[in-house]
Each structure stands twice: as C-alpha cells, then as structure tokens.
Design a protein around this ligand. Sequence first.
Ligand code: K1U
Ligand code: ZN
Length: 170
Amino acid sequence: ALLPILNYPDPRLRTIAKPVKEVTAEIKTLIADMIETMYDAQGIGLAASQVDQHIQLIVMDLSEDKNSPRVFINPKVTPLVEDKQAYEEGCLSVPDVYDKVERPNKVRIEALDENGEKIDEEVDGLLAVCIQHEMDHLNGVIFVDYLSRLKQTRARDKVRKVIKIREKQG
Ligand SMILES: O=C(O)C[C@@H](Cc1ccccc1)C(=O)SCC(=O)c1ccccc1
Ligand SMILES: [Zn+2]
C-alpha cells in the first residue's frame, strides 16, 4: 500500500529511529509498502522515518529498471576516506528542492537485509551518497540542514507551495 510521506519541516522527521529487534511479518509488510511508495514517488531511496515509522530501516533502488530494491536494517555507515565530494541531492520529504551537499565519497555499510542476513560492503558514488542521506533520516537529519539559513527558508516556502498544488490536484 502507498504510505504518506512526511514533508519538511514536520517535527516527526526529527525523531531518532530505534533498532529493529526482529524482522516480523509487520516489518516485511512495511518493507513492501516502502518500496512501493519509493517507486511511486520516483525516489531512489526511502527511510522509515519519512513514513512516520521510527525504526532503523532503509529501502533503496538505484537500478535503471527499478526492479532491484535493496533493504538495509539497523545500518551502520563508516566513512572510508577523508576527501568529500559534492552531489546535487534531493529528498522526497522536501519536494522540488535540489542542492549540493558534500559527503565522504566512499563508505562501509554494515546492516542486515530483509532475511536477517549480514550486509558488509564498501561503496562509493551515488550508492554512498544515498545511504548517507538515508542514514541521516534515521538520525532526524534532513539534507537542507547542511544548507544556509536562507536556503532553508526558501525550501520551506517551496514545500508549502508544492503541497498546496498537490492538494488542489487531489
Ligand atoms: O528522500 C529520500 O531519502 C530519497 C532521495 C534519496 C537521494 C537521492 C539523491 C541524492 C541523495 C539522496 C531521492 O530519491 S530524491 C529523488 C531522486 O530520485 C534523485 C534526486 C537527485 C539525484 C538523483 C536522484
Ligand atoms: Zn530524503
């Protein structure tokens, strides 16, 4: 089922996500719903925080055909290099706002997948950018937090406009 995505500056987006103890049937349903919601919103990632579920769960799909979703449960991300790279990021919770954010361009991801199997990968490029962006969501951080006050104000105004238009479209 499609889940409503919280929009910036909703304070619920600032909630710190709790670790997942056991991958229950409910969590498997949430994973399926998050993947469906991510595709519907044309995103390449989605954190559970964004659908008001405050557990450490991320879904991502960077594939062309949108047919290889990945699930990260209780993820831990460790930078592997000092040097950072700027990337034009977007966020499904801050629609139509895109801006450059600098992040370490190579990280280690340790997590569990949807079957509780261990994931331990070194990644770079867009996957590294995206996993760090999603990890931020689980820690109540939104990419606009890295931008200037002025850009944050503009982002708030932009989201307000986009939501009004979407409500009119019904
Ligand atoms: O809000 C989210 O977490 C999803 C977000 C993930 C993300 C995309 C790009 C850079 C960092 C994090 C999105 O999917 S935004 C929409 C999108 O598909 C996109 C935006 C910019 C560049 C590439 C993809
Ligand atoms: Zn986001």
